[in-house]
Design a protein around this ligand. Structure first.
Ligand SMILES: [Cu+2]
Length: 783
């Protein structure tokens, strides 16, 4: 429907529409700077992978131009100095919110429920009004539940005051991740086991490798046959084969264990809502600007054009930076970059490609004409495999800490002569394997064929603001606030300074001071830390020209320092923009001292709080095994720092042999829990105290003290030994010693072959001090 048609529709078919039109017309007369949007949050059916997904959410636009609800939501465009007036109708039957990510807005217009803006109740609406104070590329998304993962996100473009660079085409480039399961189920699965998606991800990585190898010539296929044997399950044998046994042991010693770059096994990655799409009307020799927005819920993306062609980065998080030429970006969740490049004068079609950082998949946008020049395939890495030459992964950012191996001294960095702006591709064009998107500069490398050619990835250190960003020296500097980021994959809880959001909500700051946050990442994952309502300086070694950001990537095991002038009184969210991390605790509210929140919000919270998922919610999991010699049942119910563990075992299927315990525990920190409960043994029930501690080496130690004076200490260790046909064989060891009048011991071990998330088959063996041995086999089922 054309805009005129829409107005006609409003005027003649709908009286209230007519009134709205007259009102809008009048208000446009009053202030030409008011820019109206009328948006409707709707339930939609999405289908990205051949499966209809009914729980998707989209946004339709009824003003200024009607648009159907889709993923992503409509792009909102403004000019500097505009007054944005955005009416958001919630047509669904669940509460919703929208947050304007990166925009400086008054406190109560920011969006998040309970802290800033009232919930947009089902079948109601909310009008947002705020002045547009700066230019750039931003986005908006739901800040309620996991709606963002269901599709509630879209771009915001605020036109340049004066064009940063004249281009022929200016496109938004919204990247996102998609999972067919309901995101709440995804979260439940992760709460059962942080590595829940390990098998799915391994299968996806194997598929990427297989497709890649099959695309090669027969000769190359033979050379690369080893790729097909890669182990993506993090087994000890796999680590040994890759020469990474030390990293496996380090991970175990530090009790972190393996972490992939993303916790979720996604079904699709999207550019503007498409896995593969084509940009029409882009001609050779024309200049293109992509406004890259990472709107994904938990995926960092590599961005490449063609066979590692250069492009210029001109903004980060909407703020202009001194142009820097690179050929790869690693875009953190919720970050935005504007890049500019010229379509080379050659009869080729180019692939702009985004690859998920965990390398489970990609999405492509083609442009140009002629033979295809694809972007290099990023071969998935084994769990403990480091990138060869530090070329394209791992700690890509790490603001101010450029100590990544091979960061800046790779071959290929220096072939980027200044002044080759208009012909910045020649130096990559003469490498072989172009047909397969390969850049086989592998002669001097010991890898079979490097999966990537020369990459020059953007590092934060390269970002330099156009204008000085230094803060007035006369301002009072508050004490540096350390924010340590950590997580627990066992109970899937994420912490700042060892506490989830529920246990420590506020960081209080004083107006007009300079606030410094030092993010210390103690995990093997990246955390994109976003602060609402402010731009902060990232201290990356650029002095007065430190770049301004609203979201900063904190790379694994790295420290990043930011500072800002506290001049936006209010209460503002500070959180990891990995949606699942935020929801499970990695969040705070930055509160200006003496700032009083509107009482309305408290009322709102009373009304809607029970609807919201929290890091203290209860999640359960269960496992049962039926063996020839025994049966077992384990149930765990976890709610924040509280946990109930029930473990029962019946030997020889004789109820007289029932053994086990039910324990109620309180976690005092990530590794240590104390509790009380009952122990069953020899047809008697005892009261008991318990203490559980996760020892370095990821050995679980549990002690029990029974009311009859018996003391028991049990150790548990699980070792993924080896992969067989894409599935792991896991060895469990469980020695136990006890004392009452005399020492006693028993030992149990199992080897299980994991068939699926649900089932394993295995052998077990147990023995004790009295020489009672038992061997059995059976099946294990997880719920
Ligand atoms: Cu995070």
């Amino acid at each position: 429907m054309s805009q005129l048609g829409f107005i006609e529709n409003l005027m003649f078919r709908n009286f209230s529409g007519l009134c709205a039109f007259i009102f809008l017309f009048l208000s446009l007369q009053v202030s030409a700077a008011e820019r109206f949007y009328d948006l409707r949050i709707k339930n939609i059916t999405a289908n990205f992978t051949g499966i209809d997904v009914k729980h998707a959410l989209g946004i339709s636009q009824t003003w200024p131009v009607p648009k159907e609800a889709a993923i992503p939501a409509p792009t909102l465009r403004f000019k500097l100095g505009d007054d944005a007036v955005i009416t958001v109708h919630n047509d669904t039957d669940e509460p919703a919110t929208l947050h304007w990510h990166g925009l400086l807005v008054p406190y109560e217009q920011d969006g998040p429920q309970f802290s800033n803006t009232k919930i947009i109740a089902p079948k109601s609406k909310h009008i947002f009004r705020f002045p547009i104070r700066h230019t750039g590329t931003y986005w908006y998304h739901s800040h309620t539940q996991l709606q963002e993962q269901r599709g509630l996100y879209g771009a915001i473009v605020i036109e340049d005051d004066q064009p940063i660079e004249e281009v022929d085409h200016d496109y938004v480039f919204v990247m996102s991740d998609w999972v067919n399961e309901h995101p709440m189920d995804v979260l439940y699965n992760l709460k059962k086991d942080g590595h829940y998606y390990g098998l799915k991800k391994s299968d996806m990585k194997k598929a990427v490798v297989k497709n890649y190898v099959e695309s090669l010539s027969e000769e190359e296929q033979l050379k690369n046959a080893d790729l097909l044997k890669k182990d993506f399950l993090g087994t000890v044998w796999g680590a040994y084969k890759n020469g990474n046994l030390d990293k496996y042991l380090d991970g175990e010693l530090s009790r972190m264990g393996p972490m992939d770059f993303s916790d979720v096994g996604y079904d699709a990655y999207l550019i503007n809502g498409k896995i593969i799409s084509m940009l029409k009307n882009v001609r050779h020799g024309e200049k293109v600007r992509f406004r890259i927005i990472n709107a994904s819920a938990s995926t960092y993306f590599y961005f490449n054009i063609g066979n590692n062609r250069n492009f210029k980065v001109i903004t980060k998080d909407g703020m202009a930076v001194q142009p820097v030429k690179v050929n790869e970006l690693l875009v953190g969740i919720a970050e935005t970059y504007d890049v500019v490049f010229e379509v080379p004068h050659m009869m080729k079609k180019f692939e702009a490609k985004i690859t998920a950082q965990d390398r489970t998949g990609s999405a492509s946008l083609m442009f140009g004409m002629g033979e295809m020049e694809m972007a290099p395939v990023k071969i998935p890495l084994s769990t403990y495999e480091m990138d060869h030459g530090g070329m394209d992964h791992g700690g890509g950012h790490g603001g101010g800490h450029g100590d990544e191996p091979g960061d800046d001294d790779e071959p290929g960095d220096d072939d980027d002569e200044p002044g080759d702006d208009d012909d910045d591709h020649g130096d990559h064009g003469d490498h072989g394997g172009m047909d397969h998107g390969m850049n086989s500069m592998g002669d001097d490398h010991d890898m079979p064929i490097p999966p990537m050619g020369k990459t020059k990835q953007l590092k934060y250190e390269m970002l330099k603001s156009v204008e000085p960003t230094n803060l007035d020296d006369s301002l009072v500097r508050a004490q540096v606030i350390d924010l340590e980021l950590s997580g627990d994959m066992e109970r899937y809880t994420w912490y700042i300074n060892g506490k989830p959001f529920s246990e420590d909500k506020y960081i209080t700051i004083r107006e007009n001071e300079v606030i410094t946050f030092r993010y210390i990442n103690k995990t093997m994952m990246h955390h994109p830390m976003h602060l609402h309502g402010h731009f902060f300086r990232v201290l990356n070694g650029q002095g007065d020209y430190a770049p301004l950001m609203h979201t900063v990537d904190v790379a694994p095991m790295k420290t990043v320092t930011i500072e800002f002038h506290a001049n936006e009184p209010g209460v503002w969210f500070l959180h990891c923009h990995n949606l699942y991390h935020m929801k499970m605790g990695m969040a705070r509210l930055v509160k200006y001292e003496d700032f009083v929140q509107t009482p309305e919000l408290e009322e709102d919270q009373k009304k809607w709080d029970s609807y919201m998922t929290k890091d203290t919610d209860a999640f359960w999991r269960a496992e049962t095994s039926l063996n020839t010699n025994s049966a077992m049942l384990d149930v765990r119910v976890n709610a924040g720092g509280y946990q109930v563990d029930m473990e029962l075992e019946v030997d020889e299927y004789d109820i007289d042999n029932l053994e086990g315990e039910v324990m109620f525990k309180r976690y005092l920190d990530r590794f240590f829990a104390v509790g009380t409960g009952v122990v069953v043994e020899d047809q008697k029930v005892y009261a008991a105290l318990t203490a559980a501690y996760n020892l370095p080496g990821n050995v679980e130690m549990e002690g029990f003290l029974r009311n009859d004076g018996k003391a028991i200490i049990r150790l548990r260790k699980s070792i993924p030994l080896v992969e067989f046909r894409g599935r792991p064989i896991v060895l469990d060891l469980e020695p136990e010693v006890s004392y009452k009048d005399q020492f006693d011991w028993n030992f149990r071990t199992e080897a299980n072959y994991v068939l699926s998330r649900r089932t394993s088959i295995g052998l077990n063996f147990s023995t004790d001090k009295n020489g009672n041995n038992s061997v059995g086999f059976g099946i294990k089922i997880r719920f």
